[in-house]
Design a protein around this ligand. Sequence first.
Ligand SMILES: *Cc1c(COP(=O)(O)O)cnc(C)c1O
Length: 459
Amino acid sequence: MDDRRRALEAAHAAALGFLDGLDERPVWPRAGFEDMLAVFGDDLPAEGADAAAVVTDLAARADPGLVAIPGGRFFGFVIGGTLPAALAADWLVSAWDQNSGSSTMTTATVALERVAGRWVCDLMGLPEDAAVGWVTGAQMSNFVCLAVAQHAVLRRVGWDLTRRGLRGAPALRLVVGRHRHGSIDRAARFSGIGAEELVVVDTDEEGRMLPAALAQALGAGADTPTIVCLQAGEVHTGAFDPFEELIPLARAAGAWVHIDGAFGLWAAATPGLRHLAAGVAGADSWTTDAHKTLNVPYDCGMAIIRDPADAIAMFRTGGDYLMYTSLDPWDVNPELSRRGRGVPAWAALRSLGRRGVADLVDRLHAHARRLEAGLRRIDGVTVVNDVVYTQVMFRLDDDDATRALGAAILADGTAALTGAEWDGHATLRCSMSSWATTQDDIDRTIEAIARLVAERRPR
Ligand SMILES: *Cc1c(COP(=O)(O)O)cnc(C)c1O
């Protein structure tokens, strides 16, 4: 066997070994970062080594520092698992090594991405001829969408950002909710918009933007180029902004509307939860992730722009966009060379079908409701949010006790979840994002939390 075949077979064996062991291993890693640095930290050897041996060795050494993210009981942050078809397609993407920037050269991968983008827009009720940029995640998507939006709203008042830059440009308003995701602030910063320039609109107790507050914020500067940034799926509560009320207000003010729906937009793909996302189609741009709810391996996000000409105007490399009729990946993406990261999304969607996507999202919601019900039965536990979607947040009466419980859950290893501050209190948050989660996983998690809470209760 040649080196390549043996290296791939070593990777195949190590991957299956890890995946087959997910149910037994503690969810949180056994080794800390300093331990792992010590494991890998020897000097670069002068001589090379056999490819298969390198792969087997790295997999063995990495093992204690791996998180059971693709398993059924990882509920931290908002992080999906990996569907089998998506994982296998991701291996192909690496084997093919297609630099997927141009539809003239890498025709297969760019076509797969184009079709997958259309499927997602169709599932979410968004315009199917929108431009879709396959980026690394929602952070980069928010950056792409805000950059395109900034260019478009300035162009409407006669300022071409691509020629004249931002210095000296007319004033611009970026209107955001108080509970926006932190990646919006970073995306704004990358686009030259500072934190103190943001117009922050108040939200309700679940983190939803208040229409009256938006109306008031917009009223203050009628002729200013404006971008309104809304949210589908607050990262702690899972709450959705009331789009049907907010978008007409933004439209009346001539604003560009962007929706960050990293995991929330997927609610639109199932009849049972579609009401949460009602009105999203009225926006100009949308952010979503494939590596969260769709369970595609990292990294895979989507920037969706209603009018492809707006994306081209910002991102095309050279030339007058009006001379072009086609759309290349680099027209909707700050990257030039790039992997065909939309291909695993195509495989995920093809393996699920329309019904499978709806079932997946419904199941994640059902898990959230089951977990909520179980938590409510534990003495001393308060569920903090209205569980409308996939997020469940809870706490104990005392903040230090809540934090200690969070640490105890990670040390116990049955499940993993992460903490946050909400409404002035320490809370623990659980995100149902993995296709691999079963009812049994939820029940085992509830049992573990009940046991750890009881152990901590003063006698
Ligand atoms: C996760 C998340 C992001 C950031 O997404 P990445 O994929 O980590 O870049 C942005 N917005 C929301 C609402 C999110 O949940």
